[in-house]
Design a protein around this ligand. Structure first.
Ligand code: FAD
Length: 358
């Protein structure tokens, strides 16, 4: 999402942008999240609240607006498609990024691109970050698995009550956040929406190690639904049923019954730099905070605004102005990003401590 948003912002500033994405289409899994449509509009220059050539981004309104990863990604892809001077290459995984005095290079299996600058928006396991900060390249495991899923409201039709989420002082059921988001077709009518949830589970560290998801304190992969065995599923179902009341309990059990649960081990990354010469990182590649402190996407979009502004201010072509712009971007964003991640590290430590103190 951050990469597409930046591509649009830079293209609108007159830069020719090449986007390289390892997945094709909608391969990536995602659930729901809070979204700031005015910020999205400010970054892209396209009003996300009104349908015109591109349909407005569907949201469910409560104390904030919420949407789904799929809806936001679809919206951004349409905006990118409508914006000239963006070349999209999907299904290419970047393995290596290098630079010399005049250009930067991106390589993968049987492909190579050259550019004036390279910006990595490649998420928490960023390859680009290794070049930006070789001494601090890895996002660290934060002590929790977050079990996630999207539950269609029709699966829990007849269940009444208001979602409260909340936090319970059990080692295996520390915190649950659940709220409504648009349906998979963008429908925001109650009954046709989806419920997204994030269940923080602080009791799976050994399981992660044993099953190859965690090496040292580096997370190697997310936990796909297929990796959740029948016995783990039963255990989670039992915990969900005993720890929570309806309607949260029904949401969790429906997700398990429909086999849509996946796990995201919590990672956090405190940056010491955001750029190195012709190479920079933005979004989760640059700074990763727990969803507990929220606003991960917001911080990525703020990176896009800062970088877009820095490119415009530096003037000239990216070849001449790019390095100056990346330096200005780092100067503007580093401290705020660090403060956000530090807040996350403190919140995770506090939550973990409350578990061990039981
Ligand atoms: C449970 C949960 C709830 C959240 N709730 C909120 C919320 O309410 N509000 C909010 O603002 N944020 C929220 N966030 C955070 C938000 O989802 C992230 O900050 C955001 O998705 C990061 O986007 P990104 O584009 O920087 O990285 P990613 O979404 O990780 O995207 C990285 C992209 O790079 C591609 N890629 C990776 N490596 C390579 C490679 N080597 N070659 C080519 N392509 C590659 C990936 O396929 C992917 O498309 C939440 C996160 C979680 C887990």
């Amino acid at each position: 999402m951050t990469g597409l948003a930046l591509a649009v912002a830079l293209a609108r500033a007159g830069v020719l942008v090449t986007v390289i994405e390892q997945n094709e289409g909608m391969e990536q899994r995602g659930t729901g999240l809070g979204v700031d449509r005015s910020l999205l509009s400010a970054v892209t220059g396209v009003d996300a609240t009104r349908s015109a050539r591109i349909r407005a981004l569907p949201v469910v309104r409560s104390f904030r607006e919420t949407s789904t990863w799929r809806a936001i990604y679809t919206w951004l892809r349409e905006v990118a498609r409508e914006t000239g001077s963006i070349r999209m290459h999907e299904g290419l995984r970047v393995d290596e990024v290098t630079q010399n005095a005049t250009s930067a290079q991106v390589r993968g299996d049987a492909f190579e691109f050259g550019a004036d600058v390279v910006v990595g928006a490649d998420g928490y396991r960023s390859v680009v970050r290794r070049v930006v900060d070789p001494y601090n390249p890895v996002a660290r495991y934060g002590g929790f698995v977050i079990w996630r899923g999207l539950v269609k409201e029709e699966w829990i039709a007849g269940v009444s009550g208001t979602l409260r989420g909340g936090r319970l002082p059990y080692a295996d059921a520390t915190r649950l956040v659940a709220y409504a988001v648009p349906g998979s077709d963008g429908n925001v009518t109650p009954g046709y929406r989806q419920i997204t949830y994030a269940w923080y589970d602080g009791s799976r560290t050994e399981w992660l190690r044993k099953n190859g998801f965690l090496r040292g304190d580096e997370i190697l992969a997310s936990i796909a639904p297929e990796a959740i065995s029948a016995s783990l599923r039963d255990e989670l179902r039992h915990l969900a049923s005993t720890r929570w009341e309806s309607p949260e309990r029904d949401v969790l059990v429906a997700a398990l019954d429909h086999n849509v649960v996946f796990g995201t081990p919590l990672t956090e990354f405190l940056p010491t730099r955001l750029g190195n010469g012709r190479i920079a990182v933005i979004g989760d590649a640059a700074h990763v905070a727990s969803p507990m402190v929220g606003a991960g996407l917001v911080y990525g979009l703020l990176d896009c605004i800062a970088l877009g502004r820095a490119v415009t201010a530096a003037g000239g072509t990216m070849g001449a102005a790019g390095v100056t712009a990346l330096r200005a971007y780092e100067a503007e964003r580093l401290e705020e990003s660090r403060a956000h991640v530090q807040e996350s590290l403190d919140a995770s430590a506090e939550l973990l401590q409350s578990i061990t103190a039981i």
